[in-house]
Ligand binder design. Sequence first.
Ligand code: SF4
Length: 408
Amino acid sequence: MTKETGTSKPGAREIMKRLTQDYYGEAARARQEGRRVAYTTAVSPAELFVAHDVIPVYPENHAVMCIMRRMTPTLSAAIEKKGYTTHLCAYARSDLGYRELDESPIGGLPDPDFLLACNAQCFTLTKWFEVLSRRYQAPLFVLDTPQYIRNDKARRNIIRYVEAQIYELIGALEDLTGRRFDFDRLREVLTLSREACRLYKEFLDLARHRPSPISIFDVLIHMAIIVYLRGTPQAVDYYQTLLEEIRTEKVAKGIGVINNERFRLYWENLPVWFKFREHSELLSSYGAVILTSLYVHAWSYDFDPSDPIRSLAENYTGVFSNVELEERAEMALDLFRRYALNGNIMFLNRSCKAVTFGEHELREILTRETGVPALVFESDMGDPRFYSEVQVKTRLQAYFESLERLNI
Ligand code: SF4
């Protein structure tokens, strides 16, 4: 999609490559520079680390890189020998396998000085991080975010409970570094994070154009920066450049990501990471493009720097994986309306029980409310041993034929 411009101004992809190298380089040098590294989960108040000059490192992101390089079957086999089951999330299997074999697409991750597991995503992460905490003898902080049920009184109590833990976490960071936490610096970081998230959401919303200049495959590439660099000026600059580039090169010229856009699809769950390109090509042969999902919107936070702790608590507790099914369905229906979607692929991801749980009920609600039938298929986001090429191709063909028949 985006390309290097060939002028003196670097394009978004070039900037992303440099930012990624700088970020991992900085994390690798942390120890020799007297800085600390914290492993943290993708949905967690990482702004606290940025504000306290502790480098947040995301084992989930590294696991995605292992999956994309198709290393997961080998890494997983190494820990299966030790008794871990293939029913465990492919991120956890890739990560624990990497630590067993010391095989990594980027030369590995630095050891952690501290770990934070926020359970707004799932409980697997907590157990996985417990294993890492024991392995590296580094303290683990579990940030418990109860399900964000729709009841004003309950929500006030939940937020108070999460806020109290965030203050405890700040105390733990002060113990780790021997430095006082700077709340003014946290407000600055949250201001940057809010701006990066706003720009990231604008980027996601480019898919409202018809034809859409981006697909979810572009989003999955460009979302890496919002996951590991939010709270920094680099993330803000990056999304500004990206937006400008797409608006100039695609939107202004009415160029779509595919030539013959006919079906604008919603995708439920995480992606099948190792099938990125093939899925994109296969779908475009039907005039279909996946535009969005709740997963990619999980980083569209809206912080209020004037009330930083409450704002962190609300944003990280209210993520789609931690709300009631009805609210999650409303979030998805909002995407159907705003992006004018007329197709729905629902992936039952055997790796991720947390997001897959309730998906059949979700399908019923979405189909009832939109009139758009859904294609449901089961596989694994990271392990090709559980992916059937033939099944997916046949199901997709039948699905698009039925959408044509229904004249959707
Ligand atoms: S993919 Fe699902 S199970 Fe795996 S770490 Fe993420 S939320 Fe947890």
